[in-house]
Design a protein around this ligand. Sequence first.
Ligand code: HEC
Length: 111
Amino acid sequence: MRIFFINSTFILTFLVLGCQESASKRGNGSPTDGAVLFRQYCVNCHGLDGALKTNGAKDLRYSLLSLEERILVITEGRNAMTGFKSILNETQILELAKYSQSLNQTTQNGH
Ligand code: HEC
């Protein structure tokens, strides 16, 4: 029984340390490719091409936001969209902002 107690404490400490470790280096070891990240974190609401509007998500094809504004929305979130600053690092957020711009159709179609 005593041994069990020591073991579980050890495992718990190990887990807590492990979480702190990954939180300090958040995003590391994960892809930085915007398209890959977008598929992982954004398609549920925005869809592959940005056109899906789950829960009132904006159609990214017609977003007029600048790169800086996109970074802000992705980092901090806005209304029904949650921010990603606790899961993604700045490089990943930048790549996502750029990728979301690449979905834009307003320039091509003259909307
Ligand atoms: C839970 C659903 C959800 C997820 C997941 C989500 N979004 Fe959103 N997104 C929204 C909603 C809802 C809005 C509109 C927010 C508002 O009304 O202010 C939005 C707005 C945006 C905007 C602003 C568009 C504009 O023109 O105002 C951008 C850019 C954006 N999302 C990018 C992303 C990216 C990149 C990801 C993945 C990292 C992502 N979103 C994940 C729901 C989501």
